[in-house]
Design a protein around this ligand. Structure first.
Ligand SMILES: O=C(O)CCC(=O)C(=O)O
Length: 266
């Protein structure tokens, strides 16, 4: 999958790109059911909300076959190789659950703020490319972006270690108000299989999910290999230390895996 000149221009102007219908329901349904099984396990990589509901499963590409395939899927790897003009490695991989009724807030932040301060990533030459496993709606805790905020570099932030179970460098209310005056707020929605890529400096957040609708999203944080991290403060299942360039798998690898799972279950 190659981004068009128009898509690259839109990304540069706004800081994000929505790519609907990237993965079929057959591909997504196997990922969805594997994610649910992972969230049911007690592993150090599965973090929970204060209520005990699942929040994030880190590094599933290292212990689950379906997510290992997704972690090298050409529909995700190729656009970012194209964007950075070089091979990429996996800086972080997470499945965020945003559980029905219990999924908590993600405060306003820029991802690169954390990658720079905690992981010593030299430049904002990494970004999230995410895949919706459930339908993301206006009401079930969608990601909210402040368009154009990626143009302002890395902003001052405070280290929030208390609001949720996951420490984050967050933006204060005055900063967010100024950014929103300029760019407004958008909350991209979409069917399962939608892909969303966003710049490492794009300010974003998500509200709690108080609906019965699940909202699972997988995030691959892909970093240009020459821009690998230099500090190792966080556990390696959160900030990976393997800077090997990812080699993309075949485009139909997930479909073949889904078919095998269906045959095994029949
Ligand atoms: O999944 C979400 O709702 C937010 C995730 C997020 O902001 C992040 O991973 O940086």
């Amino acid at each position: 999958m190659k981004l068009t000149a128009r898509q690259l221009r839109d990304f540069d102007a706004l800081g994000y790109l929505v790519l609907p219908n990237c993965f079929s329901e057959s591909e997504i349904s196997v990922l969805r059911s594997e994610a649910e099984q992972i969230f049911d396990t007690e592993r150090q990589e599965v973090w929970r909300e204060k209520s005990g509901a699942p929040r994030t499963a880190f590094a599933a590409h290292t212990y689950n076959k379906a997510f290992a395939i997704l972690g090298c899927h050409p529909r995700l790897i190729k656009p970012l190789e194209q964007f950075f003009g070089e091979p990429v490695y996996m800086h972080q991989f997470k499945i965020n659950a945003k559980a029905p009724f219990d999924g908590e807030v993600w405060q306003w932040h820029q991802d690169y703020g954390t990658w720079k301060r905690d992981d010593g990533m030299p430049e904002a030459r990494a970004m999230n490319i995410s895949v919706f496993l459930d339908e993301v709606m206006a009401v079930n805790g969608p990601l909210m972006f402040i368009p154009k905020s990626h143009k302002l570099g890395t902003l001052a932030a405070g280290h929030d270690k208390s609001t949720t179970s996951y420490p984050l460098w967050t933006l204060d209310k005055t900063t967010v108000t100024k950014l929103v005056d300029e760019g407004g707020i958008v909350a991209p929605t979409g069917k399962p299989g939608t892909v969303l890529m966003f710049h490492g400096n794009l300010a974003h957040a998500s509200p709690p999910n108080i609906t019965p609708y699940p909202r699972k999203i997988v995030y691959l944080t892909l970093c240009a290999v020459s821009n690998h991290i230099t500090k190792f403060n966080r556990p390696d299942f959160i900030a990976h230390r393997d800077f090997t360039p990812i080699e993309a798998c075949e485009d139909d690898a997930l479909l073949k895996f889904a078919r095998k799972c269906r045959q095994a279950a029949a």
